[in-house]
Design a protein around this ligand. Structure first.
Ligand code: PHE
Length: 438
């Protein structure tokens, strides 16, 4: 234990966690889910979900990770509850599962960076997306994305992940804000803001069985909760760390980036005729280039945009891979570099169906976000609230003076409100997926 790595600095930990949270979930998934599930009304449910489920659940994962000081599965043994290892394992599995298609979308992004150099996607964006999103080219770029991810993770948390995210996160924020300002100047963008920011609640009333699980799933996915990522990352931090402040910083930054992405994408969609609902997973890849083809310096703006997305995607992908790797390194003493390479190859193979056909990609995404993740979060929340209970409060109070009194309040909400909310979401998802009427 004594020679286990820790983060070089506290900021390093926060940036790496933010780097994990901020990714394709914010920039690719959030806008298209928002478009699919009713615009601003979805945004409202999403924000509520971040606040009442996401934040307390991040804290629950932090508590497990820091108290145990071990990666996600062994953490449960260390805490004295070996029977709960399965919960950590489920999260690790969710990470393995998710990275397989995440990397495919990451590959699309790499393809679009290259496409920007020649402006290739500007003349016929729909056809371009169709050609590169599935098939041999998609498989090749999926391989490249996985290879880069493996390369970073192989160097370990301090040399690889921490150093990378230190540069990544600030540049993402700066560049997205720049693009949002650019989008604001386009004529006809107003309708986009209206769709994104003026809620029409009848949308929720009419379709709550689908909207609520989608919004909660998006909130968890976007915050990287339910994948044992935050357990693993927090296992590298010290007792003097204020986890309330950290989780707040992560949630605020993550939400900010998602909204900033919306403020780029929706005005662009509006410029293009406002076909929000039918956008699907190709949303940013078709609509953004279409809009860009009508404005000056479109390819240059596209280059910057996809570069940001690639950076954000990588800093999330490395966290997904790190969880699986650190489990094998910690538990079995495997050699890090070789383990990383082997796992990366396995995940690549699992992603091949998604790279051949986007229908598989949405299927993997659906199972992961709507089933695996809420199930894991439900168990994590139950474990922390009812099994660790008092110990959890003690753990969360260590390192904070300002928020000490919040400890019991947090525990109470985890045991009741958060637990019920996740349970309800999962039930809706199951009914939704099995087609049972509710
Ligand atoms: N939160 C990341 C995103 O929004 C995805 C992710 C999920 C990363 C789970 C790590 C763990 O893109």
């Amino acid at each position: 234990m004594a020679d286990r790595e820790t983060w070089a600095t506290r900021l390093g930990f926060i940036l790496a966690s933010v780097g994990s949270a901020v990714g394709l979930g914010n920039i690719w998934r959030f806008p298209y889910q928002t478009a699919e599930f009713g615009g601003a009304a979805f945004l409202v449910v999403y924000l509520i979900a971040v606040l009442i489920i996401g934040l307390p659940a991040i804290l629950a994962e932090f508590v497990i990770g820091r108290r145990a000081g071990l990666s996600a599965i062994d953490a449960f043994d260390e805490l004295g509850f070996p029977g709960w290892r399965a919960v950590g394992a489920l999260g690790v599995f969710a990470g393995f599962w998710t990275l397989s298609y995440y990397s495919v979308v990451g590959g699309w992004v790499f393809r679009y960076i290259i496409g920007s150099l020649t402006g290739a996607y500007l003349s016929a964006p729909g056809e371009y997306f169709g050609a590169v999103s599935a098939g041999p080219e998609a498989i090749a770029f999926h391989a490249v994305f996985m290879a880069v991810t493996v390369g970073i993770v192989a160097f370990g948390i301090r040399g690889g992940i921490e150093r990378a995210t230190r540069v990544m996160v600030p540049s993402i924020v700066v560049l997205l804000v720049g693009l949002a300002v650019y989008a604001f100047t386009l004529p006809g963008s107003g309708a986009g803001y209206e769709y994104f920011l003026q809620p029409d609640f009848s949308v929720i009333a009419a379709n709550y069985q689908a909207v609520i699980p989608a919004a909660v799933g998006q909130a968890l996915f976007s915050l990287s909760v339910g994948f044992s990522v935050m357990i693993t990352y927090a296992s590298y931090i010290g007792d003097d760390e204020d986890m309330f402040v950290d989780s707040g910083a992560i949630a605020v930054t993550n939400t900010f980036v998602g909204i900033a992405a919306g403020l780029v994408v929706f005005p662009l969609l509006a410029v293009q005729g406002g076909n929000y609902g039918s956008a699907g997973p190709g949303a940013i890849f078709v609509s953004v280039p279409t809009a860009l083809s009508e404005v000056p310096f479109g390819a240059a703006v596209g280059f910057v945009f996809f570069l940001i997305v690639a950076v954000a995607a990588l800093s999330s992908a490395i966290s997904l891979l790190e969880v699986v790797v650190s489990h094998l390194v910690d538990t079995y003493g495997f050699e890090r570099k070789r383990t990383t390479l082997l796992l990366g190859s396995a995940i690549f193979l699992l992603g091949v169906p998604s790279a051949r056909d986007t229908a598989w990609l949405t299927w993997f995404d659906n199972i992961g976000v709507n089933l695996l993740v809420p199930a894991t979060v439900l168990l994590v929340v139950f474990f922390v609230g009812w099994v660790l209970a008092g110990d959890a409060v003690e753990e969360i109070q260590a390192g904070t003076e300002t928020f000490e009194s919040l400890g019991p309040v947090w525990l109470w909400s985890v045991r009741t409100l958060v637990l019920l909310a996740v349970l309800g979401t999962l039930a809706l998802s199951v009914f939704e997926l099995t087609g049972a009427p509710l």
